[in-house]
Write a protein that binds this ligand. Structure first.
Ligand code: HAM
Length: 424
């Protein structure tokens, strides 16, 4: 039997891949306009990096990582997210030393061994954005602006920004204690995951989707009531900046996120259009992570968009690569194939998308193929044309035919196809 791809992994085929390209290029343009520079990081890191940053008691670290022993004995993990690696690179290359504020974006695959379903894969892609060195909540609001703008530019509708604050090491422990106290007489009614979490990571019980757990949490203490003055102030600045930017949002006190490094602001962009996997993007502030991983005390904030999910939402977006050729060269007689080939290459190098017939087919079937490919024009090369020193270019839409002198073929074809001539 032919070998199939791994469960939870997927191929992105054309023309869908062109939609992905369009999303990526729209994101790159937007982020670069806001001063973000691309950073590329490896897909594999030492396991310890993820355990220490995402947190030992998270679902990701406990049960979703692809981890294996290296031949030399070290433990390596396929990255389940990018933030930890960006922080590692930031510290390792002392990127803080030259400039106090650094803004990065990175695009690539992540790996989590979750139960696959629509919108949830074991290899998925993220567009990540990370900012280092800005403690102000204004930048958190700017991140939401970037997310909302990107979705708007991709014509994605029905999206909502959910925001919350998780406090900081000064105020969260009191809340955690109150929550654990609230949970301890109720553990019997929780799902098995939450029974475990209620001891190790009680905050995660807040966002469990199991109805019994939701029910049990109705009277739970709210973190908003436990915030210290600085966290409260941070959240106020964040909310008023969002209002100033005209961004509507919902405060969602249960939005605790699945990674332990967050402090203060957290947010998700959710949609009803993706079934159970409602989060298109998520992020927040992680002011303690750089220091926890051995760097200086630098505040940081960021988000990641799920590219697979975004591509499903942006199905209406047209990718521009993958459209039909500008010119299909129909070869009348095998002896002219070499010449057609030279033209295809010369046209391609000049930025004209050209395709040709490499086999021996009738003119009729070549015309059908040109049609199927969506070719805008067909250039016919046969004995008659060559004798006249001119080939015939037919516009497939208007049926108009133009004689093109062979001596200046590339330049004349470029003129005839007009707008596409400057592509390279
Ligand atoms: P996250 O919420 O775990 O955050 O993932 C961000 C986004 O990645 C999700 O909203 C979702 O769209 C997508 N995603 C996650 N898991 C899957 C999956 N199994 N299949 C398909 N899509 C998925 C983070 O990863 C943080 N590192 C975000 C961040 C950056 N926070 C600060 N900076």
């Amino acid at each position: 039997m032919a070998i199939q791809l791994i469960r939870g992994f997927k191929d992105v085929l054309p023309p869908e891949a062109a939609v992905w390209q369009r999303i990526e290029s729209t994101a790159r343009r937007l982020f670069e306009n806001f001063g973000f520079a691309e950073i590329r990081i490896p897909v594999m890191e030492r396991t310890e990096l993820f355990a220490r940053s995402i947190g030992e008691a998270t679902d990701i670290v406990e049960k979703e990582m692809y981890t294996f022993a290296d031949r030399k004995g070290g433990r390596l993990t396929l990255r389940p997210e990018a933030t930890a690696s960006v922080v590692r690179a930031y510290i390792q290359h002392r990127l803080y030393a030259t400039e106090p504020v650094r803004k990065f974006y990175t695009i690539g695959p992540m790996f989590r061994r979750e139960r696959p379903q629509k919108g949830r894969y074991r290899q998925f892609y993220q567009i990540n954005v990370e900012v280092f060195g800005i403690a102000s909540a204004l930048i958190d609001a700017q991140l939401i602006l970037l997310l909302v703008t990107l979705l708007e530019r991709l014509s994605v509708k029905d999206v909502h920004a959910h925001v919350n604050t998780l406090g900081c090491p000064a105020c969260r422990p009191q809340f955690r204690k109150a929550l654990a106290g609230y949970l301890s007489p109720r553990t019997a009614g929780l799902c098995s995951d939450c029974r475990r979490r209620s001891v190790k990571n009680p905050l995660r019980v807040l966002d469990c989707k199991v109805p019994a757990c939701r029910e049990a949490m109705t009277g739970a203490p709210a973190l908003l009531d436990y915030l210290c003055a600085d966290c409260r102030q941070h959240f106020e600045v964040f909310k008023s900046a969002l209002a100033e930017l005209g961004i509507s949002y919902r405060i969602d006190p249960r939005l605790v996120r699945g990674l332990d490094y967050y402090t203060r602001t957290t947010f998700e962009i959710q949609t009803g259009a993706l079934g159970a996997q409602s989060a298109v993007a998520g992020g927040g502030r992680y002011d303690g992570l750089v220091e926890a991983l051995g760097g200086p005390a630098v505040p940081a904030t960021g988000f990641a968009i799920g590219l697979d999910r975004l591509a499903e939402l942006a199905a209406g977006v047209q990718g521009d690569i993958g459209a039909g050729p500008d010119v299909f060269i129909a070869v009348l007689g095998a002896e002219h194939r070499q010449l057609a080939f030279e033209w295809v290459c010369a046209l391609g190098l000049a930025g004209v998308r050209a395709e040709m017939e490499y086999g021996t087919r009738s003119l009729k079937s070549q015309m059908k193929r040109a049609d199927r490919l969506g070719a805008a024009n067909v250039l016919m090369v046969g004995e008659n044309e060559l004798q006249k020193g001119a080939a015939v270019l037919r516009n497939m839409q208007t049926r108009e035919q133009t004689e093109i002198p062979i001596s200046e073929l590339v330049a004349r074809v470029k003129t005839c196809i007009g707008g596409n001539a400057d592509r390279p």
